[in-house]
Ligand binder design. Structure first.
Ligand code: ADP
Ligand code: ADP
Ligand code: MG
Length: 513
């Protein structure tokens, strides 16, 4: 439905006139009389699969695409998939290049870029970057800089949640500045507790403390980790919830105060607080709880006049109580599963909202959003599960993927001959399986994973296969401690083809004689 609206580019002028007219009738304030400004060229300030994901959406909407790449990424696929590509961060280390705001803005200005999509990670949740875009007259495809700032500060986001009437995990309402404050918190609330980086993300900068004796050491470690990873050591403390489910709600807002949700995802399957497998919708979720989660998310978003796509994350404890943990003010890695079950292209929506379209105009009304079946996403990484998930690098000598009905693959470097470098995130391909229910989607996923043949670089596929065949997973009853508590997931049966088996056999024969 979104596509149809997007397809009528010849009617844009007409829409713009209608927009101003309808806004003058329905706007809450005069300042909301905004006009529709089409986007003709988009730059993605990111790399890998997410850059390509956004380019694809742009191309579908007739928008020209611009890639930026680091020196280390000269041979990477996202460069090829854009209409134009420019080097940034010359002479800089690999990650620093994608964080170099002046270079990114310069390329945007010099090449008539209308809007920048930040992807996830890198600059996506940096308010100073959103502001730099605005200052340069380039639109930032995301919330306003002020909202990015509020949401990026987890302590402030908690306070906003509280004022919107959303329950939060019991925790300190300001960053702590001494070990003593952590001790006071644990005296009042007891153990276990978790130290969290106030400006953290990506599962990093978190430490669980189960007893008093471990408090000091973990405080010091969490502080140094946060400082190293986020350039700011500020920590806060939360009560650690035992065996919760991680359930998050996808939201979309426009420039006119409309906010809708696109239901939830269950991201409980995590390793080291990082998501590995995501499912939409959540299985066996009490409908009343679903209503509370979605209503709380929409209320929170309204509280800050949230614009564009975002995610409100919650933990749900064993008693079905839910607690807000954070907002990710960007597109998430696992947005795909929501797209599969709702049939809404979230990147199209992001672009249209940024142009000034309203959600109703895009056909995105709450009562039109329906859940259709189930979708599962596996993050296939170039990590070796047999060696503690150490990232592996090298050339993909063989690469054959699992495809066919019900399978979607979002990737950048997943092809024979691709070079997997050590410089960036180890995500190789996102495999998304859809089906009418969880067993149907799981069967598609297992079948697709079994079809993969990757040689030259190790992947976590054998581990994912174990997850997919686990009964607890199939029953839909996993919590965030599922991986830690199921050691049999680490029993990896190497998948061998006939030639390898023969070589193995001959090798043994030689060794034994
Ligand atoms: P999602 O919530 O979309 O699943 P993740 O939390 O897995 O996203 O993070 C997405 C990517 O962004 C990962 O590569 C992660 O390492 C990175 N990331 C997330 N937050 C930050 C941050 N604050 N600083 C640096 N990298 C981050
Ligand atoms: P990040 O910004 O790194 O994504 P989050 O606050 O979203 O950090 O937490 C990531 C994960 O860490 C959660 O999904 C959950 O598994 C775990 N976690 C975070 N806070 C708590 C808590 N208070 N109790 C239990 N687990 C938690
Ligand atoms: Mg999170």
């Amino acid at each position: 439905m979104l596509l149809q609206v997007g397809g009528k580019r010849s009617a844009l002028g007409l829409l713009a006139i209608r927009r101003v007219w309808s806004m003058s009738r329905s706007a809450h304030t005069a300042s909301q009389t905004l006009e529709y400004k089409p986007i003709k060229k988009v730059m993605v300030a990111n790399r890998g699969e997410i850059a390509i994901r956004v380019f694809r959406a742009c191309t579908e909407l007739g928008i020209r695409t611009v890639a930026v790449y680091s020196e280390q990424d000269t041979g990477q696929m996202h460069r090829q998939k854009a209409d134009e590509a420019y080097l940034i961060g010359k002479g800089l280390p690999p990650v620093a290049a994608y964080l170099h705001i002046p270079d990114i803005i310069k390329v945007a200005k010099e090449n008539d870029v209308d809007a920048i999509h930040p992807g996830y990670g890198f600059l996506s949740e940096r308010a100073d970057f959103a502001q730099a875009c605005v200052d340069a007259g380039v639109r930032f495809i995301g919330p306003t800089p002020d909202v990015v700032r509020k949401m990026g500060d987890k302590v402030e986001a908690r306070a906003i949640a509280t004022s919107a009437g959303v329950p939060v995990v019991p925790g300190t309402d300001a960053p702590i500045s001494s070990l003593q404050e952590a001790q006071e918190f644990s005296n009042s609330y007891g153990f276990p507790i978790i130290f969290k980086a106030a400006y953290g993300g990506g599962g990093r900068g978190m430490r669980v403390v189960r007893e008093y004796e471990e408090l000091e050491e973990n405080y010091q470690r969490a502080y140094s980790e946060a400082l190293a990873a986020f350039g700011n050591g500020a920590l806060f403390v939360e009560k650690f919830i035992e065996k919760p489910r991680h359930i998050e709600v996808q939201i979309l807002g426009d420039k006119y105060g409309n906010v809708i949700h696109l239901y939830e995802r269950d991201c409980s399957i995590q390793r080291r607080h990082q998501k590995v497998v995501e499912i939409a919708p959540a299985t066996q979720l009490d409908p009343h709880l679903r209503d509370r989660l979605t209503a709380d998310s929409v209320n929170l978003a309204r509280q800050v006049s949230y614009e564009n796509a975002g995610t409100v994350e919650f933990l749900v404890d064993k008693h079905g109580k839910h607690y807000f943990i954070e907002v990710n003010s960007r597109l998430q890695v696992e947005h795909t599963v929501t797209e599969e079950i709702t049939d809404v292209d979230l990147v199209h929506a992001q672009l249209r909202v940024c142009e000034g379209r309203s959600l109703p105009e895009l056909g995105l009304k709450q009562d039109k959003i329906r859940i259709n079946g189930y979708a599962i996403q596996c993050r296939v990484t170039t990590e070796d599960p047999a060696r503690g998930f150490q990232p592996d690098t090298g050339r993909l000598e063989v690469f054959r993927s699992g495809e066919g009905m019900g399978i979607r693959l979002d990737s950048a470097s997943a092809f024979q001959g691709a070079v997997i470098s050590p410089h960036y995130d180890s995500l190789l391909v996102k495999v998304i399986a859809s089906g009418k229910d969880l067993p149907a989607a799981s069967a598609k996923m297992s079948r697709a994973l079994a079809e993969f043949r990757v040689r030259g670089v190790k992947t976590n596929i054998p581990f994912l296969q174990n997850v997919l065949s686990n009964n607890q997973f199939l029953n839909g009853t996993v919590d965030t401690q599922f991986i830690d508590e199921n050691q049999d997931l680490f029993n990896l049966k190497p998948v061998q083809n006939r030639a390898q088996k023969l070589l193995h056999y001959l090798g043994n024969l030689l060794l034994n004689n």
